[in-house]
Each structure stands twice: as C-alpha cells, then as structure tokens.
Design a protein around this ligand. Structure first.
Ligand SMILES: Cc1cc2nc3c(=O)[nH]c(=O)nc-3n(C[C@H](O)[C@H](O)[C@H](O)COP(=O)(O)OP(=O)(O)OC[C@H]3O[C@@H](n4cnc5c(N)ncnc54)[C@H](O)[C@@H]3O)c2cc1C
Length: 419
C-alpha cells in the first residue's frame, strides 16, 4: 500500500505563516490506510477544547503514547456552569478533595407555593454532591494532562481543514496574539463544547439546545452560612416552564441560575423570577459574574467522521432533564482517548473512521444508560423503558406544541444579547 509523504505545501493547502514550534517535519508521513505502521514518529492528535472532555481525552492520549496537542482559547476563563459533580466522579477521575468548594448534603426542591422536599435526606452519611468552580476544576485537569506529556496550546482554533483524501493530514488553523498558525495532525478530537467548530467542519449536524443563564452572587458571611451544605432547586412557571432554577453554593458565593428550551426569549424574566423567590436569602449580595451558555439536548446526528471524533458537549452528551454534563464530558473524553490509543497500538499505527466507530462510539452507545445521579452505574438499555420514555417525551412535546416545528439551533447572537 502506498505511503504518502506530505511537506505541507504539497497538499494544496494555502500557505500560512509557519509556527516555528509546530512547523511540520518535512518527512511527516501518513500511511495510505488505517492500521498501518507509522515509522519515525508517533500518531499525532489535536484535541480542540480544554474543558473536562478535552483534558480527559488529551490525558488518556498522551498517557497511551500518542503525541498530543490540547488547544484551549481561554485557559484563565470559566465555563458558565453550576459546577455540581456526582460522587463517583471524584474517585473515577481522581479529583483532589481540596478542589471542592462545598459538600452538599441537603438538596431542596421548592415549589411556587414554597412546598419543599429535601432529597438530600436519602443520602447515606458518607454521600454528598460536590460543588466546585469550573475555573478550578478545568485548570487542574489541564495541568494534569500536561504532566502526562500533553502540549497545551493556548490559542483559539479558527478552522479545521478537512483533507480531501483519507491519506492527508487534518490541518488545525489557530491564532495566537492575532497571528495565524497551523498544525497538521493525524487525528482530531472535538471537545470544543456546544458551539463546536470541529462539529461544523465535519458536517456533524445540529442539536436542539436549552439556554442557561447564571449569576454568581457573593454573599455576606452570615447569608453564606445558610448555604453551607445546601443547594436549592426551584420549579414553577415563574422560574422556567420546562427546566428548573438553582442556587448552588461555592466558596464565597452562590451560583443562581435557570434554563429553558422552549422559551429562550424570556430567560432574563425567568432569572428575575428566581431572584424574587430567593430574595431574602441573598439580600445584600453582590453580582460578581453574569454568564449564559447553550446546553445540548441530545447527541449530534454524527459524532465520528473520518479521523475526527466529538466528545462531551460537542457530541451532545448531557442529561436532558437535569442539564448535567461534566461527568459525561470527562468520561466520553477519556473513553475516546483510550479508544485511539488502543486502535493505534500506543501511537504506532494509523487509525481510521471504522476504528473510532468500533472502539469509541459503539462502546459509548452500548453503555449510556445511567442508573442514578450519584453512582453512574452504566447498564445496557431496556427496550420497554426506552419506549415508555420516548412516548412520554413525544407526549410532552405535543403538549408544548413543539412537534412539527423544525429543530431549533441556538443563535449565538441571542446569547450575546443576554450577557
Ligand atoms: C449555566 C450552566 C450550568 C451548568 N451546570 C452544570 C452542573 O452543575 N453540573 C454538570 O454536570 N453540568 C452542568 N452544565 C453542563 C456542563 O457545563 C457541560 O456539560 C460541560 O461543561 C461539558 O464539558 P465539555 O468539556 O464537553 O465542554 P466545555 O466545558 O464547554 O469546554 C469546551 C472548551 O473548549 C474551549 N473552546 C471552545 N471553542 C474553542 C476553539 N475554537 N478553540 C480553542 N478552544 C475552544 C472552551 O474555551 C472550553 O474551555 C451546565 C451548563 C450550563 C450552561
């Protein structure tokens, strides 16, 4: 089978200012088919997005012998997020306890008439929900990936050039300090969240999204005491017609937010609704951050194409009813990274679409039914339960008068107006 040598200019790719750090080796070769031995170098992977999905994928790739570049546009930023993670994630992903701001043992659900249910009562004495700040978690996971050999590239990826021929590399185009740079790679992992450019580049299709809005509010110490180990969830049409609103405690502030799928234009009104309901408990508080972001409602139509795989929010792995996605992002990222390592035999062989589908997608899809919030026991799907769930979902869509309307994609301009 032919082996193609590709100095970049022979690939019919417009020339861009080369990055001295990532100037491709003139003799970089990609074998003509997958599962062919790579000589003189290791399989090279670019992971786009340094959230939980990207860092976990990159860590698994580098640990398994793949040359890995992790691109993150905003390493000091904070992904808009409630930051609640399940107990099982701490152990499974070796999250150090000192990253946790609060251990929540009381989770109250509060109705419009103030009826309250504390489902924390069902917790055992050692159980809790961890509340952390995403800026803290994400930067820890990225540093850990770096310590395993990942090269962190602090840059915005502007575009992914998809090769016309299966033997050619993918080209990652990115900007650092307004300078365009590029990197050719064998494999790409799209972990760039709900507005994924990687997904667009491979034509992965759209998904419906909820929009979530959140304010971080710094509270006086005496008010903060109330939220010591307590999180609140508010339900009712004043806070959201189809989701819930929350107050999640952090180190010295609370995250107060809400979401909706079917009435995005009223999200600010719903946020006012939560604030009114919570008012006495947050009086005197100071808003330190206002943030909004889409939350995917279901997986994308395509999650693997060629030598590109999507993970986390980019793939659409969020629990629909709760908006929970951190654990699934980290899990899918790690699973995808390990799949590439396995298929490439530790970075020594080229992989192809069928490897990604077999080792990552099939494994993920066959294990995706989760048993509970705290313990993510992965089990095989139950056909009858799935059928009932589909019937219920269709029923509520009809009640919401959503059936028949085209799939709604999230307009970033709406988001820009919100924050
Ligand atoms: C308001 C809100 C509250 C939420 N609360 C919770 C919660 O309490 N618990 C929970 O489990 N889930 C929650 N979620 C969902 C959760 O935030 C996501 O499921 C999770 O962040 C997905 O992780 P990810 O790594 O796939 O993507 P992201 O966390 O979105 O990370 C993507 C990363 O890619 C980077 N990136 C994007 N594009 C580029 C580019 N072109 N170049 C370079 N870098 C790029 C971004 O800067 C970002 O760091 C919430 C979501 C929202 C919006």
């Amino acid at each position: 089978m032919a082996v193609i040598t590709h100095p970049l200019h022979s690939l019919n790719i417009p020339f861009k200012a080369p990055n001295p750090r990532f100037t491709p080796q003139p003799k970089l070769t990609i074998s003509a088919t997958s599962n062919k031995h790579i000589s003189g170098r290791k399989l090279t992977a670019a992971v786009i997005g340094g959230g939980p999905a990207g860092s976990s994928a990159a860590e698994a790739l580098a640990s398994g012998g793949v040359e890995t570049y992790l691109f993150e546009r905003s390493p000091s930023g904070a992904k808009p997020c409630g930051g609640a993670i399940p107990l099982c994630m701490l152990e499974e992903f070796s999250i150090p306890p000192d990253l946790i701001d609060r251990k929540v043992t009381h989770m109250k659900i509060i109705s419009p008439s103030n009826l309250t249910v504390d489902f924390g009562k069902t917790l055992k004495s050692h159980e809790y929900i961890s509340m952390l700040r995403r800026e803290v978690l994400d930067s820890y996971l990225r540093s850990r990936a770096e310590s395993k050999g990942v090269t962190l590239v602090k840059a915005l990826v502007t575009n992914l050039d998809v090769p016309n021929h299966p033997n050619q590399p993918y080209i990652i185009n990115y900007t650092v300090n307004n300078r365009m740079k590029y990197l050719p790679v064998d494999v790409v992992v799209g972990a760039d969240g709900a507005n994924s450019r990687v997904a667009k580049a491979i034509g992965a299709g759209d998904y419906a999204c909820a929009i979530a809005f959140q304010e971080r509010i710094k509270l006086p110490d005496d008010k903060m005491e109330y939220y010591e180990n307590l999180a609140e969830m508010y339900v009712g049409n004043d806070v959201s017609p189809d989701f819930y609103a929350w107050v999640f405690p952090k180190c010295d502030h609370v995250a107060v937010g809400t979401g909706t799928v079917c009435s995005k234009q009223y999200i600010k009104q719903y946020q006012q609704g939560v604030r009114s309901r919570v008012h006495p408990k947050i009086a005197g508080g100071k808003v330190i951050k206002v943030e909004a972001h889409p939350i995917p409602e279901h997986p994308r139509p395509v999650r693997v194409r060629g030598r590109v795989a999507l993970v986390g929010d980019a793939a659409g792995y969020v629990t629909k009813c709760s908006g929970e996605g951190i654990y699934f992002a980290a899990k899918s990222g790690r699973m995808c990274g390990e799949a590439i390592v396995k298929a490439s035999e530790g970075g020594h062989r080229m992989i192809g679409e069928s490897d990604l589908k077999r080792e990552y997608l099939k494994q993920w899809d066959s294990k995706m039914t989760f048993e509970s919030y705290l313990y993510k026991k992965l089990a095989k799907g139950n056909g009858w339960e799935d059928f009932k769930m589909v019937s219920n979902t269709v029923g509520s869509l009809i009640r919401c008068k959503l059936v028949g309307k085209g799939m709604e994609t999230f307009d970033p301009n709406v988001l820009a107006k919100l924050v």
